[in-house]
Design a protein around this ligand. Structure first.
Ligand SMILES: C[S@@+](CC[C@H](N)C(=O)[O-])C[C@H]1O[C@@H](n2cnc3c(N)ncnc32)[C@H](O)[C@@H]1O
Length: 465
């Protein structure tokens, strides 16, 4: 048995060898939720291992500057450990933090954000993470892969870092009604002997099942995503799903024949019902289409939007831009506090939904444009638009230099950044500061994704005088 303090080096420079067992104390946890043990500064990453735990690790993969291992035996457990029997939740990446006490999850996220800002040499206080009261069963959307295993169509999740399907009926962090709907759709497809698409042979039909359920409305959307343009037996599918899913409002066949990891195609065919569902948020009604982004945790989203709006200190005469506006949720939720809001969003259908949402909620001081946000911001800057406040809520890759430059050129006083990736937020913050802004108050993390390593963060920047 090797000990943590040994100095012997195996061939190739790594101090460990594949298949050997070592004993060590976990010193940290990664952004992916893996425990870290170190041998002579050489890290070994181990799933289901928490800081402070003394563990035996079987080395599974050795690379030049790090290795992976699996837990053989836990000799001393962390006081922050909560046992969840369903270990697959950790190995799948569905809920990699499920073994960590919820209060410790919130602290982990606060520390993670703090570390990322520290790395960028930005001295700022990160407030304690705002959490949920009941941090399970919160997701309003599921995208479940479909594969054939031993001749039977199965739904489940991919084992972390692979496309190997592990069948399951319980996803723990999803609305249980969504789990139930996925199983019902799977059983109907099985009954009709419809095949699953096989990525290797490029044969077969069904790729994914997507289900969305309105948290307040209870309206259900089912999207059957196929590789083939044809979906045989659609009349029977419609009949059976209508019988078994009384909440069903929208049944869509989506065709995706691309060989990429993108789940949904562009081609949506309504099989039955509407091409959208409704849900409510902050007393507003929203139409949500199959390809539109909609925050996955409706309970924390209302807290997030209110927090961002309050931090912005909006005034009735303010002109505001909402960049990356999706179906207009932020735009419409702040419209009654200001003079005018401009939304920009790249997905055409989301903009159509946003316009409809404005109309349905009788909000007229907003306008939406379907365009690349950095491009449109540069255009607005060139046209002399001078928004008092800009909200940005970009995808995980964060902002571009062009967009930051455009905001600075518009002489915007307040810049509210809502981020789902603190690494790109911290990176962008350095650039925003270089463009003549400072961070106002604390950075606020919010637990939009309990049991996972993801965190939502709000930062407010103000122009220097
Ligand atoms: C994190 S979501 C936020 C949406 C909305 N603010 C909300 O809270 O529901 C990011 C949005 O940015 C859009 N998007 C991605 N790239 C874009 C780009 N280059 N220009 C404009 N919008 C983009 C996505 O389609 C998505 O709707």
């Amino acid at each position: 048995m090797a000990k943590i303090n040994r100095v012997m080096k195996a061939k190739g420079g790594a101090p460990v060898k594949k298949n050997e067992t070592i004993e060590a104390t976990v010193i940290d946890i990664t952004y992916q939720g893996m425990g870290v043990v170190k041998i002579d500064q050489y890290p070994v990453f181990v799933p289901d291992a928490l800081p402070g735990e003394l563990i035996q690790v079987g080395i599974t993969k050795v690379l030049k500057s790090y290795a992976f291992g699996r837990l053989v035996k836990r000799l001393k457990a962390s006081p922050d450990r909560v046992e969840n029997k369903n270990k697959a939740l950790i190995t799948s990446g569905i809920a990699p933090l499920v073994n960590l006490k919820y209060s410790a999850q919130l602290l982990f996220k606060q520390n993670q954000v703090q570390q990322l800002f520290k790395k960028m040499n930005i001295d700022v206080t990160v407030a304690p993470t705002i959490g949920m009261e009941n941090p399970t069963a919160y997701r309003n959307k599921a995208q479940v892969p479909v594969q054939e295993i031993n001749g039977q169509l199965e739904t489940g999740f991919y084992r972390r870092g692979s496309h190997k399907l592990v069948p399951t009926n319980h996803f723990y962090i999803q609305d249980p009604k969504i789990d139930e709907a996925v199983s019902i759709v799977r059983d109907v497809l099985r009954e009709l002997k419809i095949s699953a698409y096989d990525e290797d042979t490029k044969k077969g039909t069904i790729r994914h099942i997507m289900v969305r359920r309105g948290y307040y409305s209870h309206e259900l959307m089912v999207v059957i995503i196929t590789h083939t343009a044809k979906l045989l037996g659609s009349d029977i599918i419609i009949k059976k799903l209508r019988e078994q899913l009384p909440e069903l409002k929208s049944l869509i066949h989506n065709v995706n024949n691309k060989m990429t990891n993108v789940i949904m195609g562009e081609d949506n065919r309504v099989m039955w019902g509407e091409d959208h569902i409704h849900d409510q948020l902050l007393d507003l009604d929203f139409v949500i289409g199959p390809n539109s982004f909609y925050q996955v945790n409706p309970q924390t989203t209302s807290v997030l939007y209110q927090l961002a709006a309050d931090k912005a200190q909006l005034k009735p005469q303010d002109v505001v831009v909402d960049a990356y506006s999706g179906i207009g949720t932020i735009t419409l939720s702040i419209a009654n506090r200001v003079k005018k809001v401009y939304g920009v969003e790249i997905v055409q259908q989301a903009v159509v939904d946003a316009q409809l949402n404005a109309k349905n909620n009788q909000i007229s001081n907003v306008s939406f444009i379907a365009k690349d946000a950095p491009e449109q911001m540069a255009q607005w800057a060139a046209e002399g638009l001078k928004p008092d406040v800009v909200f940005v809520d970009p995808p995980r890759k964060g902002l571009t230099e062009d967009l930051i430059e455009a905001i600075s050129n518009m002489d915007t006083k307040t810049f509210v950044y809502i981020s789902c990736n603190p690494a790109t937020l911290a990176r962008d913050a350095a650039q925003i500061i270089a463009a003549g802004y400072h961070i106002d108050g604390d950075i606020q993390p919010l637990d939009q994704f309990p049991q996972t390593t993801h965190v939502e963060t709000v930062a407010v920047f103000r122009k220097n005088h």
